[in-house]
Design a protein around this ligand. Structure first.
Ligand code: FAD
Ligand code: FES
Ligand code: FES
Length: 427
């Protein structure tokens, strides 16, 4: 894989095949859409906060049917879109898929997607700037979830007000799903193929690798000591979109099956580093209630659809929300490097402000969380708390998570407290 160089970034937008050449893999999908004339997708904040840029990525569900994930296009590097199907608000009307991806002629009410029709009916749009984003969040929820407040928690509207938009969500939630829309939106995406894309940008070479084996990631890290790992890009995406940070070599972890697994035994749950948080939310609900609680308040749906546990730990932010919870649950990290695998208690991982024990040649492979409380435990008390400037769609100012195991006489057998936002590292 690493020998072959791709010169194109190929994907589809609203059913139309797109091949981008000589383009930086680190520009965002949003920049690409707008530069290529697909201006229906809007830019508000450019940092994942407002949802105006929301698009849907088509993936294959366990049932083989297409499923749709709402994501912020302002955070996804273009390299990460290769091989995927992207849908935007321009593309979900009945008339525009797949033959007319750029709607140039008026659309009749009957041609609107049910989500668009609901927004028209309830007057859910005034200036319209936020509308394409709301449409795509509701669109994804229409097929893959529940169109409700949570499905649009990552979308901000500053002029219509939320009541008509909530009514639109209600209308959509009450409607029967019309499968003919799903059918015309394209077949399920297949597996992500390996990618090794190279281009020149302002005299600098830029490479984007998407290997499919962990061993390839380790080889690439050896070959390119200046490489940066990228998972969901909800952290790195900010650097790309706002700070125009130059990344000579990006190695995507998204196609590595080994990093995307969840294993459950009687003793522990092991979560692959590249598992998106929304997947953890859906598949491990009820096992670690304090983790459920923190993930619930983590950013918003579009970010959780991409953000990973490995990225939250790898970024080593002192205000990352998950390390306090994982510390309280006595989590252990599995790390892989050229010399093989090693394990390290998360409590020993953070060494200073944004500094960790991870070597530049290593990757976080998984997080293992023990399931059994201390011997003799009659009851486990586990809670997590987060205080941010906003209820949702925001990182914390301070966070805390507590686990206390007590015996039948309420004597504490084991207590572990994790904090975020109070020191240079999560203590
Ligand atoms: C709008 C918005 C809201 C947010 N809200 C929250 C919030 O509420 N709480 C919170 O904690 N964070 C929040 N974040 C930050 C971010 O979403 C999280 O840190 C997220 O978990 C990062 O995961 P990722 O997969 O996107 O990481 P990426 O951006 O892909 O990577 C982040 C860092 O981790 C490294 N990395 C990734 N995977 C690995 C791996 N397997 N091994 C070694 N290194 C790795 C990368 O090299 C990079 O340095 C928010 C971000 C945005 C844009
Ligand atoms: S432009 Fe605001 S979330 Fe992307
Ligand atoms: S309709 Fe104007 S910001 Fe929402």
């Amino acid at each position: 894989m690493t020998q072959q160089r791709d010169v194109w970034l190929s994907f589809t937008v609203n059913g139309e095949p797109v091949s981008a050449k000589d383009i930086s893999p680190a520009i965002t999908l949003l920049e690409y859409l707008r530069l290529s004339g697909r201006a229906g997708t809007k830019e508000g904040c450019g940092d994942g906060d407002c949802g105006a840029c929301t698009v849907a990525i088509v993936g294959a569900g366990a049932d083989g049917k297409p499923h749709y994930q709402a994501v912020n296009s302002c955070l996804i590097p273009l390299g990460a879109v290769a091989g995927r199907q992207v849908l935007t608000a321009d593309g979900v009307t009945q008339c525009s898929i797949p033959k007319k991806p750029l709607v140039k002629e008026p659309v009749t009410f009957e041609q609107l997607h049910p989500v668009q029709a609901a927004m028209v009916e309830t007057g859910g749009s005034q200036c319209g700037y936020c509308t394409p984003g709301f449409i795509m969040s509701l669109f994804a929820a229409y097929y893959d979830g529940t169109p409700d407040d949570l499905s649009v928690e990552g979308n901000l509207c500053r002029c219509t007000g939320y009541i008509p938009i909530r009514r639109a969500a209600q209308l959509v939630a009450d409607a029967t799903i019309q499968d003919q829309f799903s059918a015309q939106l394209g077949s399920a995406a297949t597996e992500l193929l390996p990618l090794a894309y190279t281009t020149q940008n302002n005299g600098h070479s830029e490479r984007f690798y998407r290997p499919t084996q962990l061993s390839e990631v380790l080889d690439l890290l050896q070959q390119h000591p200046d490489a940066t790992l990228v998972a969901g890009a909800t952290d790195l995406g900010l650097e790309m979109s706002w700070h125009r940070q130059h990344y000579p070599v990006l190695i995507s972890l998204e196609a590595i099956a080994e990093l995307k697994q969840i294993q459950q035994t009687e003793d522990y749950v092991e979560i692959g580093a590249a598992v998106p948080l929304s997947h953890i939310e859906a598949n491990l609900h009820g096992i670690f209630p304090s983790l459920d609680e923190m993930i619930h308040w983590f950013a918003a749906r579009q970010v959780r659809n991409r953000a990973t546990l490995g990225g939250n730990i790898g970024t080593a932010s002192p205000i990352g929300d998950l390390p306090p919870v994982l510390l309280s649950l006595d989590a252990t990290l599995k790390l892989a490097g050229p010399g093989g695998e090693r394990t390290l208690p998360l409590a020993n991982f953070f060494t200073g402000y944004r500094q960790t024990e991870l070597q530049s040649s290593e990757v976080i492979v998984a997080v293992q969380i023990p399931r059994r409380p201390a011997p003799g435990t009659a009851r486990r008390l586990a809670q997590s708390y987060k205080i941010g400037k906003r209820g949702t769609d925001d990182i914390s100012i301070v966070a805390a998570a507590f686990v206390v195991d007590v015996d039948s006489s309420n004597t504490i057998l084991h207590a572990r407290l994790g904090y975020g936002g109070v020191a240079a590292t999560p203590p």
